[in-house]
Design a protein around this ligand. Structure first.
Ligand code: HEC
Ligand code: HEC
Length: 336
C-alpha cells in the first residue's frame, strides 16, 4: 500500500471513530475506561524504518535476538515466559511487559526508569543480559549496510546513522502498536450486543470491587505506580524493588507501574515476577492482596470473562524484509 493510501485510510478511520465517539459520548463519559483510538499522527517513513530495526537481530551481539524475540508481535507483544531469555541463554530478572499500547504508559519499565519509548529503546540493545551489544557496535553494523544508510538518509536527512535516530525510529514504530476495536471498546462505543451478560457482570464486579481505582483509562492501567500488596503483603523470591530503585525513597518500595490489562488474555504469565500462570490466579491474588476480597469461583470467572473482552485488533503488517549484511558488517558473536 502506498503512503498516500495508508494516510487516507487512517484519516478515514479517525473520522469514523470520532463520529461513533460523538454519538456515544454521553454513555462514554460515565465509564472509567475509554476506547483505544486507532493510530494517529505518526511519521510513516520513521515507522517503516523502525519496523525493520524492531525485527533486526543484528542489533544484538549474538545476531540472534531482536526486540521481537522478547516482545513477539504474534503473541501479544510478549514472550509468554516467566522471565525473558537474554544473550547466551541468560535468565532475565523480570517478566517482559507487552509493547502493545505501551505508548500510553506514564513511563516505561515496571519501575518507570525510562521516561518514554525513545528513552527505553536504547536500553535492551546495550543491556549485557538482553541483546548485549553496544550502541557503537549497533550503529557500526547498520552503517556497514548501504540500504540502511540510504534509508536513514531518506528518513532523517543525515549522512551518518546515530543511536538517537535508531531509538527514534523504533519508538515511532511502537506508537503504531495499538489495539483498538476490542469487544469491550465496541460496547463502550454503543454496541450493547458486543458483550454477553456474563461479561458485563464481570465488568460490574471489576468496577464495584475497586479494581478500577488502579486499572483505568484507555489502557486499563499504565497510568500510575501502585503498591503490590496493599492489604496483604506479596510474597516473592524476585528481588525487584519497584519504584524505590529509581526514586531512592523507601516509601516507594514495591510500587510497580500498574500493567495495562489490554490484551491480558495473551500476555501471560502475570505480575512482575511472572509467578501467576493464569488469569484466574492473577484475579484471585489481586482481589485478596489489593482489596481484601476473596472472590467466589463464579465471580472470579466473570471477571476473567470480562478481561478477555479487552483483546483488540492486533497490529497487522507485512513482515519487513531486512537488507543483507555486507563484507564490511562486523560478524555476530553468538558464543563468545
Ligand atoms: C531479552 C528480552 C528482551 C529484549 C531483547 C527486549 N526487551 Fe523490552 N523488555 C524486556 C523486559 C524483561 C522488560 C521489563 C524490564 C523492566 O521493567 O525492568 C522490557 C521492557 C520493555 C518496554 C517497557 C514496557 C512497559 O510497559 O514498561 C518496552 C517498550 C520495550 N521493552 C521495548 C523493547 C524494544 C524496542 C526492544 C528492542 C530494541 C526490546 N524491548 C528488547 C525484555 C526484552
Ligand atoms: C491498588 C492498585 C490495584 C488494584 C486495586 C488492583 N490492581 Fe491489579 N495490579 C496492580 C499492580 C501494581 C499490578 C502489578 C503487580 C506486580 O506485577 O507485582 C497489577 C497487576 C494485575 C494483573 C496482572 C497483569 C500483568 O500483565 O501482569 C491483573 C490481571 C490485574 N492486576 C487485575 C486486577 C483485578 C481484576 C483487580 C480487582 C480485583 C485489580 N487488579 C486490582 C494494581 C492494582
Amino acid at each position: 500500500m502506498t503512503t498516500k493510501n495508508l494516510l487516507a485510510r487512517s484519516m478515514l478511520a479517525v473520522a469514523v471513530a470520532s463520529v461513533i465517539a460523538g454519538a456515544a459520548s454521553s454513555a462514554l463519559a460515565d465509564e472509567p475506561i475509554q476506547p483505544i483510538r486507532p493510530v494517529q499522527q505518526v511519521n510513516l517513513a520513521q515507522v517503516e524504518l523502525g519496523k525493520k530495526l524492531y525485527f533486526d537481530p543484528r542489533l544484538s551481539k549474538s545476531g540472534f535476538i531482536s526486540c521481537n524475540s522478547c516482545h513477539n508481535l504474534s503473541m501479544g507483544g510478549t514472550d509468554n515466559l516467566k522471565t525473558s531469555i537474554g544473550d547466551r541463554w541468560q535468565q532475565g530478572p523480570i517478566n517482559a511487559p507487552t509493547v502493545l499500547n505501551s505508548s500510553m504508559n506514564v513511563a516505561q519499565f515496571w519501575d518507570g526508569r525510562a521516561a518514554d519509548l525513545k528513552a527505553q529503546a536504547g536500553g535492551p540493545i546495550a543491556n549485557p543480559g538482553e541483546m548485549a551489544s553496544t550502541h557503537t557496535l549497533a550503529v557500526d553494523v547498520l552503517t556497514s549496510i548501504p540500504a540502511y544508510v540510504t534509508e536513514f538518509k531518506q528518513v532523517f536527512g543525515t549522512d551518518t546513522i546515530t543511536i538517537d535516530e535508531v531509538t527514534q525510529a523504533i519508538a515511532e514504530f511502537e506508537k503504531t502498536l495499538v489495539t483498538p476495536n476490542s469487544r469491550f471498546d465496541q460496547w463502550l462505543l454503543g454496541n450493547k450486543a458486543a458483550l454477553t451478560a456474563n461479561e458485563l457482570d464481570g465488568y460490574k464486579l471489576f468496577k464495584n470491587s475497586g479494581c478500577i481505582a488502579c486499572h483505568n483509562g484507555p489502557a486499563v492501567g499504565g497510568s500510575s505506580f501502585q503498591k503490590m500488596g496493599v492489604v496483604e503483603p506479596y510474597k516473592t523470591d524476585n528481588p525487584a524493588e519497584g519504584l524505590s530503585a529509581v526514586s531512592g525513597k523507601d516509601a516507594d518500595r514495591f510500587m510497580f507501574k500498574v500493567p495495562t490489562l489490554r490484551n491480558v488474555e495473551m500476555t501471560y504469565p502475570y505480575f512482575h515476577d511472572g509467578e501467576a500462570q493464569t488469569l484466574t490466579e492473577a484475579v484471585d491474588i489481586m482481589g485478596r492482596l489489593q482489596l481484601g476480597k476473596k472472590f467466589s469461583a463464579e465471580d472470579n470467572a466473570k471477571i476473567v470473562a470480562f478481561l478477555k473482552t479487552l483483546t483488540g485488533d492486533q497490529p497487522a503488517f507485512q513482515m519487513p524484509i531486512l537488507p543483507a549484511s555486507t563484507d564490511k558488517t562486523p560478524p555476530p558473536t553468538p558464543f563468545g
